[in-house]
Design a protein around this ligand. Sequence first.
Ligand code: UDP
Length: 323
Amino acid sequence: MGKILVMGGAGYIGSHTLKHLSEQGYDVLAADNLAAGHREAVLNSPLIIADLLNETSLEAVFTTHKIDAVIHFAAFSLVGESVKDPAKYYRNNVIGTFNLLEAMRRHNVNKIVFSSTCATYGQPHYVPMDEKHPQAPINPYGQTKLAIENMFRDYQTAYGLQYIALRYFNAAGADESSLIGESHNPESHLIPLVLQAVKGERENIKIFGNDYETPDGTCLRDYIHVNDLAVAHRLALEKLDEFQGFINLGTGIPTSVLEIIKAAEKVSGKSCPAVISERRPGDPAKLYADNRAAQNILGWKPQYTDIEAIIRTAWNWELNRRF
Ligand code: UDP
């Protein structure tokens, strides 16, 4: 395979995938508008500044480089923000991806691997969730990702697009090198917030509800290491000729908010100040993946199945953060 364009390559999951592909000998090019990404996160890979909403900059990517396949991470992903400002999400995620697909079509680029999400399912009817679970997103973020999945379905039928959309559960952790890791501003994800509370950078962690129907009353999620996601993207890229469709990426292991806090305390050797607060609207009690499709179709298996091992990588990153 020739050059791989990693759109959103300066972001959290994009930068880990970029590093993995580059270590596997792929010829990679990162593109990012640096709205949420970090220039430092691409490490030694080439970076081109491009914005999906600026067609001139997007066109320049395809005219100055011969691209063979695209991995597309460039999207906004904050559920709460998407409820307050859906226009931002429809514009950037849906119109942005449309522009990307059209640029690909103009330049005869036919392969795409895409970051989708378990948020396209909405409230779970059953867990673990497989790919056949009905899709009824409960927020604009999930709606935009579902709209993009539907674009892929239609582009495949009409234009022969080869796509795999990977539906992530909760991405977590950092590369073992601690050269890259999670850095959102503002941060809203549980693990970095817990670790920042452990470090004393935040007063406490608010536990959003402890009266759910789960063993300890706090929500269960499926935390998947970012490098396991990175490997799955490479495998998906390599499978595009044989398979097109939708694949869940999770460990299949449910972990509660309290278990995350306990694991963070164990890994860091420090206590985490925590307070019980209100439930967060839209949070289901349990979300975890049936990952058999990823195993069977991609030949993928998560390497990180121990939550402490995942949190250890996130903690090392927190202690050595560069951006
Ligand atoms: N959560 C929490 N306090 C926080 C942030 C998150 O209790 O400050 C809980 C949240 O209710 C959910 C889990 O942690 O059950 C993971 O939330 P996150 O926002 O990291 O990811 P999401 O599951 O929403 O994609």
